[in-house]
Design a protein around this ligand. Structure first.
Ligand SMILES: Nc1ncnc2c1ncn2[C@@H]1O[C@H](COP(=O)(O)OP(=O)(O)OP(=O)(O)O)[C@@H](O)[C@H]1O
Ligand SMILES: [Mg+2]
Length: 236
């Protein structure tokens, strides 16, 4: 089976500084993979390169057998990649409903109703809060809104950047369960997490980054048997 997404030796620079160095990996249809690593390792930069927000300086990115690394972020969303960035960048002064509609800006009007129903299926709390200004939602609700807005684009692939950040253990579980449900509907997921234990539970494969390089990769089930990995990345 061909890959849903493939990164071929991409490097990304900020000015002269190389944040990502020759990174390659592939994601199959409907797969969940995780990128883990310390602060500044390059995880968010890789997601930005995939969604087109930050262009790679070297290498290629392919999605559904089309090269996408030269496309605009809008075109990449239209191809089916939804990026849910770090720190839940919702529109705080807009209602929950308007935030959701903003996520669907490339969709046909006829698709928005069913998309909203799908979002409420996963995030029932948002249905009760449609008229509320998004900035007044709790941290957990804002994370749900950020993911829900991504889902409104009808993606085949979601890029989730640290969805668990700052949430209580109970909410982390809830968000994790929702990610699994979304995946079961056929959406591939790249999960960036500092919470490696959580990431390993959800993902089939893990890629460990250090200063822009992949230093370790493998099936999470196998990596969990590796004592060094457990000590260094999972703290167990
Ligand atoms: N806009 C920017 N301008 C200059 N350098 C940047 C910019 N964004 C990121 N960097 C640098 O690129 C490197 C990778 O950053 P990135 O945000 O991808 O790391 P990360 O793995 O997501 O870290 P974190 O876990 O803290 O979110 C870091 O050294 C960072 O300082
Ligand atoms: Mg980051």
């Amino acid at each position: 089976m061909s890959a849903l997404l493939e990164l071929k030796k991409i490097s990304v620079h900020y000015g002269m500084a190389e944040a990502v160095r020759g990174v390659s990996f592939a994601l199959a249809e409907k797969e969940i993979i995780t990128l883990i690593g310390a602060n500044g390792a390059g995880k968010s930069t890789i997601l930005k390169a995939i969604s087109g927000v930050k262009k790679p300086t070297v290498g290629e990115i392919w999605f559904q057998e089309e090269r996408i690394d030269k496309l605009s972020p809008e075109k990449i969303v239209a191809r089916g990649i939804a990026h849910v960035p770090e720190r839940r960048r919702i529109f705080p002064y807009m209602s929950v409903h308007d935030n959701l509609k903003a996520g669907a800006y490339l969709r046909k009007d006829s698709e928005i109703g069913p998309d909203l129903e799908n979002v409420f299926h996963h995030f029932s709390i948002l249905k009760q809060r449609l008229g509320q200004m998004a900035g007044t939602l709790s941290g957990g609700e804002q994370q749900m809104l950020a993911m829900a807005r991504g889902l409104m684009a009808g993606p085949h692939l979601m890029l989730l950047d640290e969805p668990s950040l700052g949430l209580s253990p109970l909410l982390v579980m809830e968000i994790a369960n929702i990610a699994v449900e979304i995946n079961k509907q056929g959406v591939g997921i790249i999960l960036v997490e500092q919470n490696a234990a959580l990431a390993f539970r959800l993902a089939k494969k893990a890629y460990v980054l250090e200063t822009g390089n992949i230093v370790l990769e493998g099936d999470t089930a196998e990596l969990l048997n590796d004592q060094k990995v457990k000590e260094k990345y999972l703290g167990i």
